[in-house]
Design a protein around this ligand. Structure first.
Ligand SMILES: Nc1ncnc2c1ncn2[C@@H]1O[C@H](COP(=O)(O)OP(=O)(O)OP(=O)(O)O)[C@@H](O)[C@H]1O
Ligand SMILES: [Mg+2]
Length: 346
């Protein structure tokens, strides 16, 4: 086979691929492999490029005994760590003195690894979140059976705490189910016509007892004319409830909700509605902002747990807004409150 034909075959492989012959040098390298291995490595000894012991050993062994092999190649593309499965196969009658060569193909499995890691993290987080209230419940049951058996005052107090812990677990399971539902519907476009002004006012009405109990003033600003938008009314209600609830829980003594419309919103490059939830609380350190909508991520975990938060609220918000092809913007500085902006295309 001529080198041109070999190059043609390698160029047709849609993954990084190289050929190493009995001289232990690269005799052909496709463009994807050049990008992965850092430049044109044709003619170089393989061990100067493939330095990871598992890969180098696999190449040596495959050249020697011609049996197929697999190895893992770890790299970094500048933005993140990447993982490749390396497949080695012997190709007869090519290379120096037609002594055969080893075809090395790299398969990028980074995304698969990341998904697996996310699944493990998620299970670990859920277990951890459930275990804490469960441990408390078991502890109180033991106390009620033993030392506090005949102490009716203690019993009432403990039962109250147990009720709190049990409802925390209940909320967590409810949020998980809700997240699941929202995620499974994410590709289905909502169809209903929604009047945001009336939804916002009913959200604030529902939350007004909570606000009152926390000494928080709620304010709603809506324009005179409110065009309808296409959306899922229940889900949008959930978005506003989560955001306003957060502002009441973590904000200061005043929460302002402002609705506005524009014919061309720069964020979505289309006519859109904007809902802003603005509080005057301690704010959020900007280091937390990029990760705030991750499941179970809390900026101030002590405060969130103390307030019965599960850390899933903003993850649900994010998914609902994605389904509406909208955007969520969070602006905050420590000591200056936080502003959550929902932009929904009309
Ligand atoms: N207005 C706000 N001011 C300050 N911190 C906020 C504000 N809104 C959210 N946060 C921070 O973001 C974190 C994530 O919010 P999220 O709504 O996802 O979870 P949560 O409120 O803890 O739990 P849940 O909403 O599930 O009950 C909170 O724990 C809190 O630390
Ligand atoms: Mg919340």
């Amino acid at each position: 086979m001529t080198p041109e034909i070999i190059d043609g075959f390698l160029a047709a492989i849609p993954h990084p691929a190289v050929l190493v012959d009995q001289t232990e040098r690269f005799i052909a390298v496709n463009a994807e492999a050049c990008a992965l291995l850092g430049g044109d490595v044709k003619g170089r000894h393989f061990a100067t490029i493939l330095r990871q012991p598992s890969v180098a050993t696999a190449v040596e062994n495959c050249l020697r005994d011609r049996a197929p092999r697999k190895a893992r190649h770890l790299s970094n593309d500048g933005a993140q760590d990447t993982t490749f499965t390396v497949n080695l196969r012997y190709v007869p009658q090519v290379g120096a003195v037609n002594g055969g060569a080893v075809l090395i193909c790299f398969e990028d499995i980074t995304e698969r690894e990341q998904a697996a890691q996310m699944r493990r993290d998620f299970v670990a987080n859920v277990s951890h979140e459930l275990r804490t209230p469960l441990t408390a419940l078991i502890g109180f049951i033991e106390t009620l059976r033993g030392p506090a058996r005949d102490d009716s005052a203690a019993r009432d107090r403990f039962l109250e705490i147990m009720e709190g812990e049990a409802s925390r677990m209940n909320r967590l399971v409810g949020d998980l189910l809700s997240l699941n539902r929202v995620e499974s519907e994410e590709r289905v476009r909502p169809k209903a016509q929604v009047d945001l002004a009336s939804h916002l006012s009913s959200t604030l009405k529902t939350l007004s007892p909570v606000a009152k109990a926390g000494g928080v003033d709620l304010e709603l600003e809506t324009p005179e004319i409110c065009p309808l938008i296409t959306g899922d009314p229940d889900q949008l209600q959930q978005v506003f409830t989560n955001l306003v609830e957060n502002a009441i829980k973590y904000g200061g003594d005043r929460v302002r909700v402002a609705l506005s419309f524009s014919d061309r919103d720069p964020a979505v490059r289309a006519p859109a509605a904007r809902v802003q939830v603005i509080d005057n609380g301690p704010g959020i350190d900007p280091v937390h902002l990029p990760r705030l909508t991750e499941r179970f991520y809390r900026a101030d975990s002590h405060r969130s747990r103390e307030k019965g938060g599960t850390g899933l609220g903003l993850a649900i918000v994010k998914h609902i807004i994605n389904r509406h092809r909208g955007r969520l913007r969070v602006e905050s500085e420590l000591g200056r409150g936080a502003t959550f902006t929902v932009i929904l295309p009309r």
